[in-house]
Design a protein around this ligand. Sequence first.
Ligand code: AMP
Ligand code: MG
Length: 286
Amino acid sequence: MADNAAGLWETPAAEALRFRPGMQIADLDSRSTPGFVSSKIDGKRALHERGTVLSSLQEKLYANGRSGDNRSVLLVLQGMDTAGKGGMVRHVIGHVDPQGVDHVAFGVPTDEEKRHHYLWRVTKALPRGGQLGVFDRSHYEDVLVVRVHGFVPETVWRGRYDEINQFEKELLGTGTTLVKVAMFVSLDEQKSRLQKRLERPDKYWKYNPGDVTERKLWPAYQDAYQAMLDKTSTEDAPWYVVPCDRKWYSRIAVTELLIDAFERLRLEWPEPDFDVDTEKRRLAES
Ligand code: AMP
Ligand code: MG
């Protein structure tokens, strides 16, 4: 990594967090800070500095998109309620120019969405060339909540892992770089975050009684997340497993994952489609 946030990481986030075959999320410590060797204060400071780096990379992608480049970056955020998906959008994506961001949050499918294949609404929401797409939940809900609740028969959701791999392969082929982030919060931390939502009037809106119901299904969700990682983490579209009990860590980590993805695109500023000297002369004479 070029400018690795001035030595705050001993292992780059993209390496430390990449899902490796055999990795068990049951063994994951959600309070851990893989790869990061400095303090919370340094982490918070780095978030702003690295957010600026992310912003200029994103601007370059946007500029290229305006010149017809079809490449895009798609951040997929998956995680249980309270894992911090919304905060990730506000505090990480918040650093970049909103014009260049295509943000979509996926909830319970609408009646119209239910009439279509589960990838229909996802396809419609894909980022255009030059854009940074952000999915707050995604097509993976169709092998997570849908699997846990048995909304479709097992034979159906089992077939979806291959289908999703194929879908993402085609996506990569059209110039989209995927950054898939699985956010893990512990059961205890989730409880305290839900408690806060019940204690503060400014947080009531985030509270959903259904979240407590889902807590009872925690082991089934763990299994579904493990299967998702085992079956859909591929060479070109790997999952990154991010411990999220410490918000400052998860935010700087995802910032670094995005910077890494953008840097791999080796973006340059687009060439002008006019003669600069001629235009300078014309402007001076005008
Ligand atoms: P939130 O992210 O808190 O706004 O909640 C969105 C809700 O939509 C979560 O409970 C998800 O499990 C649910 N959801 C998202 N996608 C699907 C889906 N494909 N089928 C059923 N529920 C879904
Ligand atoms: Mg919620």
